[in-house]
Design a protein around this ligand. Structure first.
Ligand code: CA
Length: 218
């Protein structure tokens, strides 16, 4: 999922961009309101209120006048008035600084659940929260597309062939990596870790001690 981040504070923008990327979001970062209004459309916009060239509320107002892209205001202003005005002019939610990446992602997912209920897709593994479209190799969590590396996708798709079933490390290594893999399987643990992070609490890759892993849909 593509996210436009409008934030002039570099340390905040860099840490948020890094954090969101780790969770599978594709972030485009701009520092001014003018750049935000000139940017290509994205799936969601995060807007700081204190921008160098214009008020973030005016950016929200203009974006809302153009369409229904989900907007989350991020601001250091603790003033309740800004929160109310932000929501009145069409922002979907509001996060106060300082915030953690997890909090921002939780808000983003909540907003997406409200504005974009999951769409039915053929050839898909789906639970109420996780959708794997095998033809397109695309994965959605709560209606939001997450970006997986090819191996992360293969691993998820393999485990999702039989949710709840335990696969041994050897079975997984053979299916996802190489048919004759007899080396250390640390790379598997690294990919499991990345998948867990990107899936959040929408699905669990459970470790079955001494055996392997299973995917549990929630
Ligand atoms: Ca600012």
């Amino acid at each position: 999922m593509r996210v436009l981040l409008v934030e002039d504070d570099e340390p905040i923008a860099e840490s948020l961009t890094r954090g969101l990327s780790r969770y599978g979001f594709d972030v485009e970062w701009v520092k001014t309101g003018a750049e935000a209004l000139a940017a290509e459309p994205t799936d969601m916009v995060l807007v700081d209120l204190g921008l160098p060239d214009m008020d973030g509320l005016d950016v929200c107002r203009e974006l809302r006048a153009r369409g229904d892209v989900p907007i989350i205001v991020i601001s250091a202003r603790a003033d309740e008035t800004d929160r109310v005005v932000g929501l009145e002019i069409g922002a979907d939610d509001y996060v106060s600084k300082p915030f953690g990446v997890r909090e921002v992602i939780a808000r983003m997912r909540a907003v997406m659940r409200r504005v974009r209920p999951a769409v039915a897709q053929p050839d898909a593994t789906r639970s109420s929260r996780l959708t794997i479209d095998r033809r397109a190799r695309r994965v959605h969590v709560d209606g939001i597309e997450i970006t997986l590396t090819p191996k992360e996708y293969d691993l998820l798709a393999f485990l999702a062939e039989a949710p709840g079933a335990v696969f041994t490390r050897e079975q997984i290594m053979e299916a996802v990596w190489d048919a004759n893999w007899f080396g250390p399987t640390k790379t598997l643990d690294v990919h499991v870790g990345a998948l867990r992070r990107k899936l959040g609490d929408a699905a669990a890759v459970e470790t079955v001690r001494g055996v392997g892993f299973r995917l549990v849909l929630t």
